[in-house]
Design a protein around this ligand. Structure first.
Ligand SMILES: Nc1nc2c(c(=O)[nH]1)N[C@H]1C(S)=C(S)[C@@H](COP(=O)(O)O)O[C@H]1N2
Ligand SMILES: [Mo]
Length: 368
């Protein structure tokens, strides 16, 4: 293959991969799209990761081919672009891999990785637009005999400096603007303000079907190694003493909702009625989605703040939020907050929960 054609292929594949990554990334990033695509979100994340891995490998494979080209056609602009791409690509890859393999890593590190990952993506968008703009512009320029740019080695002129700094500044400014650009509508803006102030529940579900709450048939079961197994209707559950407080919610993947008001029934109230047998050291909870489970040490759940939550911010749980009840443990990550809770089993063995099995999340899930 002719060298020139090869470079064209590399350039094209590069553009295509970035575009796919940006599009799938945007779906994961923009809250409104996230809500629209609740169901496919997990698959989109997997897809995004897969393309990301392919993209990194592609970059790695392309570098030995591309460097000689840049050596031959050395110009400051090209070198700068190449270095920029390699640098951003590296940061992108490193943070992406961190987010991918460390779903339960240190909270601050994850938050940092997400911020850097998003920032690079936002920076890239204007860069691409300028890139395309210049390309189209050059297409429409009357054909001139190509002037070979004189290789000035590592000498830079004032024009180069202006170009580099000006270009970078513009790209960064535009990148910053895209971050805040949203379709204008009063309620939309208000909701964005709210989201910015305190975060937003991202509504996760590993199942594609949302369990439907029917008060007539719904029961909460407490069984296993207990003295008296229980089967409570929603009304019976609501007769028990309630407990309310304000507490932040943290997902281990880096997002939080601050200042959430929680209303619920302390788990200890149920246990008062059921009574735990001495061997009942562990607790396994089941969701009516039939997929999600979580496990705990019984000693981790005795505090009054560990509740079976039925209201968030004074409103009954939405169906997608786990209606009618979900667990909430103020010292643990969101994944411990099992939604559509329907069964609490006391056992003498510690099982793995859904995410421990799938992605090796920490068993105890304490906020770090
Ligand atoms: N049944 C069930 N419960 C679940 C999940 C789930 O997928 N299914 N996701 C968990 C995770 S990882 C988080 S961060 C929170 C998210 O709560 P939200 O969907 O209300 O935003 O729910 C947790 N409880
Ligand atoms: Mo989570």
């Amino acid at each position: 293959m002719k060298k020139q054609t090869l470079y064209r292929y590399i350039h094209f594949t590069h553009a295509l991969l970035i575009l796919i990554l940006l599009l799938s990334g945007a779906i994961l990033f923009i809250p409104e799209l996230r809500i629209l695509l609740i169901e496919g979100r997990w698959q989109i994340r997997q897809f995004h990761i897969a393309v990301g891995i392919f993209y990194s490998l592609f970059l790695l494979a392309a570098i030995p081919l591309v460097f000689p080209y840049f050596k031959k056609h050395r110009s400051w602009r090209k070198t700068f672009h190449l270095c920029l791409m390699v640098f951003l690509g590296l940061l992108w890859t490193v943070t992406g891999i961190y987010l991918w393999i460390n779903p339960a890593g240190y909270f601050t590190l994850r938050q940092l990785s997400i911020t850097v990952h998003d920032a690079i993506s936002l920076f890239i968008i204007p860069w691409i637009l300028i890139h395309i703009g210049l390309w189209i512009y050059s297409k429409y320029q009357p054909k001139q005999p190509r002037v070979v740019e004189r290789d000035r080695g590592w000498l830079i002129s004032r024009r180069d400096v202006l170009f580099l700094f000006g270009g970078t500044t513009i790209a960064m400014l535009l990148g910053g603007l895209t971050k805040w650009f949203q379709p204008i509508s009063a309620s939309f803006l208000a909701s964005i303000e709210e989201v910015k102030r305190r975060g937003y529940f991202r509504i996760y579900s590993v199942s594609s079907e949302t369990p439907v709450f029917d008060p007539a048939t719904w029961r909460l079961r407490v069984d296993g190694l207990v003295q008296t197994p229980l089967e409570l209707t929603f009304d019976e559950l609501m007769q028990l003493p309630k407990h309310s407080y304000i507490q932040d919610f943290h997902c281990v993947t880096g997002w939080s909702v601050t200042g959430v008001k929680w209303d619920g029934i302390p788990l200890s109230e149920l246990v008062k009625q059921a009574g735990v047998q001495p061997e009942g050291m562990y607790v396994k909870m089941y969701s009516s989605d039939q997929i999600y489970t979580e496990t705990y040490e019984w000693s981790q759940l005795v505090g009054r703040d560990v509740i079976i939550a039925y209201q968030i911010d004074d409103k009954p749980l939405l169906e997608s939020q786990g209606a009618p009840v979900r667990l909430f443990h103020p010292q643990m990550y969101g994944y411990k907050s099992i939604k559509w809770l329907e069964r609490i089993e006391f056992t003498n063995r510690r099982d793995l929960g859904y995410w421990q099995e799938k992605e090796g999340y920490s068993l105890n899930g304490y906020l770090s």
